[in-house]
Write a protein that binds this ligand. Structure first.
Ligand SMILES: Cc1ncc(C[n+]2csc(CCOP(=O)(O)OP(=O)(O)O)c2C)c(N)n1
Ligand SMILES: [Mg+2]
Length: 672
């Protein structure tokens, strides 16, 4: 077999051409289908980007290596072996097996057998998923690499820089390919990036190999990719390939480049057509004749036509199926509550012990976050001792970047083997990582039509009463509960904390575990006898802390403790208060609440978050709708005043609900 000076066989050279034409003609056909009103309404063509995508795919091993391809990287996906009829099916919103089965817009790829992770529309978040997956590859030692592509516009996102930093820091086998077409919709590179290119900035990341190449030149792409793959397989570190390509199409079918590109610019792009250029190269190398090239193109046309026809025959997603796959089903094994001894442990010890026991059992359970490792073991000391016991590979510090923490957790977990338990230092700082949680982790299972799971746990201290000021006191559960796809756990005492964290670790869905800072070391109510290693508490099962007849208080976290204390006190005055500790707010145990209200006829919901749109509003609405007939009084809510949490103690006391406020609310409701 004749080889080129590229070490590319004639067969490979032919395959590259075939796949480029399939991708190009797929673009053309999809554009027609939009005009014909056949079900597809949205198109992001990859015209001009074909060569870089196809050659990159050819450099990887499909089914072994992992990838996060950009929406414009259709040629890569075709090159890796994605079934063409399915790509058309997804374009027409049909019930395909891969690429989301009609849940995502077209060109948002996801294919589990090909190890294409589920892609979103958020440009840039995929960089961190790829990096997290590469962390897993590095540690499993199988020589797998991870490919991630994007446009130059996406390099303005913080996640790009966070990913380069983390990948360089840990020498990860990830290959970042930036298909630089000079435009992000209508914004030229000169308005996007200081100096017009990210190359010089990227060279500043120690340990990152940087290639700045012509993405229409097969030799350049093939060589850079070979080097990057080899470097990754040998665990030598990450590579960044900036490949310059033309965008010979509109950004999308609703965009008109004439509004921002001159005719001359468009001509220039056409002159750089990678297919024309590649055909010239094949002819000059005598690898193919013009006739053979024509045959390749004709065959591609037939394949594309056939794929489109097959797609038109595919069914639409079944009625009612839009409700499936918000969560992956899970029930923990049942085990009666048993205790190790009578000796009490604090809530922070309970969390630590749950982690130790689960890390002993599962070598793939990994703990990371800011300051969690070594002697410090977290700013509250919750993870103390884990690095010493399990090593720096199992409990490690991350850079000070919340998007990194959640983004790499997602990528790490997506092989279904690694179990990341990440810590956000304070819930108040989740916001710099919220895109990864809300737009990515929460919906990957749903968006991939149940194909991928994101079994991550994100632990975070939350709440006030410790003079933490506006940035160490927030109660954010209401925001989190509004996002479909997240489970939210809020233990109020040590025994629950241990058993609930174990359930969280085994749950295949993203679980947020909120630990109240002021309860970490509290002795009187919170410190409890320690459950044995097997005990797990199912989510969605509220705990009746104290039974009563006169009024129901629904609470969680700090307020559950306060309510319990008051119920005991008021009992001496003959008032009978039932206290329900929700334990998890998603899923919500509405039945226990309704049963209680049936008995007492009166409901008070107490939380320390602001009242407006707080989680209490949701409970009140549900009870009003489903239990109105049981109520003898209007539902009452107690929460914080509408402001940030102030630092000075008198101010904090005014803003956050106090024991006296709760007592007054209970007394008044009982009197009603
Ligand atoms: C975080 C985010 N902001 C805005 C958008 C809207 N948007 C979609 S594509 C795009 C331009 C991306 O440009 P580039 O990364 O250069 O890729 P290209 O389309 O040129 O291939 C924008 C602004 C988005 N999808 N995600
Ligand atoms: Mg671009």
């Amino acid at each position: 077999m004749r080889k080129t000076d590229l070490d590319l066989s004639k067969e490979q050279a032919l395959t590259i051409l075939q796949r480029m034409w399939v991708s190009r003609l797929t673009d053309d056909k999809m554009a027609k289908l939009v005009k014909q009103n056949k079900g597809g309404t949205f198109q992001l063509a990859g015209t001009g980007h074909e060569l870089v995508g196809v050659v990159c795919a050819q450099s990887l091993i499909a089914g072994k290596d992992w990838s996060c391809p950009y929406y414009r990287d259709q040629a890569f996906v075709i090159g890796l072996g994605a079934e063409l009829p399915e790509l058309f099916g997804v374009f027409l919103g049909r019930a395909t097996t891969h690429h989301s089965g009609g849940r995502m817009m077209p060109h948002h790829f996801s294919h589990k057998p090909l190890r294409i992770l589920c892609q979103s529309s958020v440009v840039g978040s995929q960089f961190l998923h790829a990096t997290g997956r590469a962390w897993g590859c590095n540690h499993s030692g199988k020589g797998e690499v991870v490919y991630v592509s994007a446009g130059e516009g996406a390099t303005s996102q913080g996640d790009f820089h966070e990913a380069l930093n983390f990948a360089s820091l840990h020498h990860l086998p990830v290959i970042f390919v930036i298909q630089n077409n000079g435009w992000a919709i209508s914004v030229p590179a000169s308005e996007q990036t200081a100096g017009g290119s990210i190359v010089d900035v990227a060279r500043g990341y120690a340990g990152l190999a940087v290639h700045d190449i012509d993405g229409t030149d097969v030799m350049a792409v093939h060589t850079a990719m070979q080097q990057a793959v080899e470097r990754g397989r040998l665990s030598e570190g990450p590579s960044l390939i900036i490949a310059h390509v033309p965008r010979i199409c509109a950004h999308s079918n609703s965009d008109n480049p004439q509004k921002y590109k001159t005719e001359q610019m468009e001509h220039c792009d056409h002159d750089k057509d990678p297919i024309a250029r590649y055909e010239q190269w094949l002819l000059s190398m005598h690898l193919l004749s013009q006739e053979q090239i024509n045959e390749v193109k004709e065959q591609a046309r037939l394949d594309v036509e056939q794929a489109a026809q097959l797609a038109e025959q595919m069914p639409y997603p079944a009625q009612g199926s839009s409700r499936l796959h918000v969560f992956s089903p899970y029930e923990p094994p049942l085990h009666d509550m048993e205790f190790i001894s009578d000796e009490k442990i604090t809530l922070m010890d309970a969390v630590n012990h749950a982690l130790v026991e689960e890390m002993e059992k599962d070598p793939y359970l990994v703990v990371f976050g800011q300051d969690v490792a070594h002697g410090k073991g977290g700013v509250f000391g919750v993870t103390r001792g884990l690095t010493e016991r399990f090593g720096t590979q199992r409990c490690f510090n991350t850079p000070l970047a919340e998007s990194t923490i959640i983004g790499i957790a997602i990528g790490m977990a997506m092989d279904g083997v690694y179990k990341p338990v990440a810590e956000i230092q304070f819930a108040d700082y989740l916001w710099t990582g919220i895109n990864q949680l809300f737009n990515e982790a929460a919906s990957i299972h749903y968006r991939s039509n149940g194909q991928w799971e994101v079994p991550i746990v994100v632990r975070m201290p939350y709440g006030g009463y410790i003079q933490g000021g506006p940035y160490h006191s927030q109660s954010i559960e209401g925001f989190l509960a509004h996002c479909p796809g997240l489970k939210i756990v809020i233990p109020s005492h040590a025994a629950d904390a241990k058993a609930l964290l174990k359930t969280a670790i085994h749950d295949p869905n993203p679980v947020i575990f909120l630990e109240h800072k002021a309860l970490y070391r509290q002795q009187k109510f919170v410190a409890r006898a320690e459950p044995t290693a097997q005990v797990m508490i199912p989510f969605g099962q509220a705990n009746i802390l104290r039974e009563g007849q006169d009024v129901t208080i629904v609470a969680y976290g700090m307020m559950a403790m306060m309510a319990f204390e008051l119920a005991e006190k008021l009992a001496f005055e003959g008032m009978s208060v039932e206290v329900i500790d929700l334990r998890t707010i998603v899923p919500l145990d509405i039945n226990t609440i309704l049963e209680s209200v049936k008995k007492t006829g009166k409901l008070l919901i107490a939380h320390e978050a602001c009242l407006n749109c707080g989680f209490g509003a949701e409970i009140a609405a549900r009870v009003a709708q489903e239990g109105f007939q049981y109520l003898d009084a209007p539902i009452q809510r107690l929460g914080a005043f509408e402001s940030a949490v102030p630092y000075s103690k008198p101010l904090e006391n005014e803003m956050l609900p106090q024991l006296a406020d709760l007592e007054a609310a209970i007394r008044s409701l009982i009197r009603y």
